[in-house]
Design a binder for this molecule. Structure first.
Ligand code: MLT
Length: 324
């Protein structure tokens, strides 16, 4: 009987500790790791939701940029962080491509993290530097057919969205472009605007204003339909790359082992952010939208991630000659 009482006391004690912990959470600033350089599309999405999450959590939410390895360096940092709810990861489709592209990956996307929920699905745009002679996709295609080695393709590291889009583009066109790697497509876009790299496939959240302002060549968008913010830009499907589609989905994660009560609070704050009018307006102005709330759940995110890992494994295998 005494033993049973002892176990009971222990259980009650640990339950109270968990409740106290969760009730106290968050009692210090929260960091969202963005695994790409500041100024790029992932960083933009992170800073946009952080402001609203901060309001809901009544606690400072900061962004820390940890770039490298197509996002895997930052993801590794979070995978090994304390599971206390104070270190989060905002990562996109790269979480699904990393296992195929990085055989010695120091984390398992499905075991090293707990998903909080999805954030936004961002279309991509194929753009060229302002001085590139090709004024539209047909001219770009002809230019590449004449001399595939003539152009440089910029991306944010193997497994990044810009890298994946480039992979599919090179496979579709049958050309192996020279590639230039950056810590994020923020810095890459600066080089393209200065005519130091030639083409890039980047998220519309980074290119919308440049395209609208006529600062870059806009060859197409990677969605089945044209996007409302860029009605004059054709889809790549329209201009001849039948079925070419890349949507860059983003999700928020915490290290595996983070207490359920903490994860619930973060999910609540994320859902609040994605229904906040300022956030919706900002994302809309950038050419995207928050995902519908049924996607802002751990279950949906985990199932989607599992399916995406399998999908991209096949895509990458099929595009293997162009991977590096
Ligand atoms: C990507 O290419 O994966 C991202 O656009 C990189 C970034 O957010 O800088």
């Amino acid at each position: 009987m005494r033993k049973l009482a002892g176990i009971f006391v222990l259980l009650v004690g640990s339950l109270c500790a968990a409740v106290v912990h969760a009730q106290a959470y968050p009692h210090k600033p929260i960091t969202i790791i963005v695994p790409f350089a500041a100024g790029g599309p992932t960083d933009t999405v992170g800073r946009t939701i952080a402001v609203a999450m901060q309001k809901r959590l009544r606690q400072t939410v900061v962004i820390e940029n940890v770039s490298g390895g197509g996002g895997t360096v930052g993801a590794t940092r979070v995978a090994h962080a304390a599971p206390d709810g104070y270190t989060l990861l905002l990562y996109h489709v790269g979480m699904a491509t990393a296992p195929t592209l990085y055989p010695d990956l120091p984390f398992d996307p499905l075991k090293s993290f707990e998903p909080i929920g999805e954030v936004t699905d961002v279309p991509m745009t194929l753009i060229g530097r302002p001085g590139l002679p090709a004024r539209d996709f047909a001219e770009l295609r002809a230019y590449l057919a004449r001399d595939p080695a003539a152009l440089t393709y910029a991306h944010a590291g193997m497994g990044s969205a810009s890298h994946l889009c480039g992979l599919l583009l090179m496979k579709a066109l049958g050309v192996d472009l020279r590639t230039v790697t950056f810590k994020g497509t923020g810095p890459a876009l600066n080089e393209l605007l200065s005519n130091r790299v030639d083409v890039m496939c980047d998220q519309v959240t980074n290119t919308n204003s440049q395209i609208r302002g006529g600062k870059v060549r806009a060859y197409g968008v990677t969605t089945p339909e044209r996007i409302a913010s860029l009605p004059g830009v054709p889809t790549l499907h329209e201009v001849g790359l039948r079925g070419f589609e890349v949507a860059v989905w983003h999700a928020l994660y915490v290290p595996a082992g983070t207490p359920q009560e903490v994860r619930d609070k973060l999910n609540d704050a994320l859902r609040y952010a994605l229904t906040d009018q300022t956030v919706k307006a900002r994302l809309n102005d950038l050419g995207t939208d928050p995902v519908p709330l049924h996607k802002v759940t751990p279950e949906f995110t985990r199932d989607h991630l599992r399916a995406e890992i399998d999908k991209w494994a096949q895509v990458i295998r099929d595009a293997r000659p162009y991977v590096d």
